[in-house]
Design a protein. Sequence first.
Length: 231
Amino acid sequence: MKAVPEDFFGQQQRYEIFINKMSQLYKNEKRWGTRKDQAYNRMKMAPFMKATPLKAILSEYNKLSSRGFDCSILAKSLGHLKRAVSGRGHRPKGSYLDYLNLSQMDQSWRMDKVAQDLMFAFEKPQHANFGGENMARVSRSLGELGYKNTDLITAWFNRLDQLVRKQMPEDDLSKSAQFHKAVYGGAGFENFESRHYVYKGFESSSEFNSHLETLLEFEVAEARPSQDMDV
C-alpha cells in the first residue's frame, strides 16, 4: 500500500481552491482585455466620431487607469492622442468644444493625471512596472506633443540614471521573482509586462502567496517517487 504524505488531503484541497481562483482570475483578465480593446477602438475613432476628440481620448485613458498604473495603456493612449493632434493640427479651426491649442491641453486636469501617473511610476518603481520599450514610446509621444513639465523631466532622468547604474529598488524582490517564475514560467522578464492587479480576486496578497506555496509543495509531492509501505 502506498504511503500517504502528511497533510496530503489538506494540500490537495488548498490546491483545488487555488486553481478555482486562478480560473476566476483568468476570466477577469479576459474581460479586461476585451474592455481595453474596445477603449482603444474608441480612441482611434474619436477624431471622426467626437466633437472633443482630445478630451475623449484622455477620458478613456482615465477610465482604463482606474485600476492603477499600466505602462502599456499609457503608451497606447498617448499614441492615439498624438495621432489625433497630428490629424487636426496644432491650431484647429471650429473645435470650440475641445482644447483650442496644445498649451490649454497641457494645463488641463486630464494631462495632470497623466503626469501624476508617471511621477508615481518613477518615484515608486517597485510598485509600478515601466518597461524600457513603453518608456521610450511614452517619451516620444510626449516629445512630439510638446508637453513640458520640469518636475517630470527631472524624475525621468533620475530613473534613467538608476537603470543605467542598475540600481534596484530597496525592497527584496527575490521571493516575488520566484513566484513570477512559477506562475509565468520564465526567469527573465525583459519583455514581460507585470500586472500590478494580479492579486485582484484574492482577499490579500498574502493569501495568494500561501496558495502558490501550496501549489509548489503539492507539485513537488506529486513528482516525488512514492514509497511502498507494507501492511
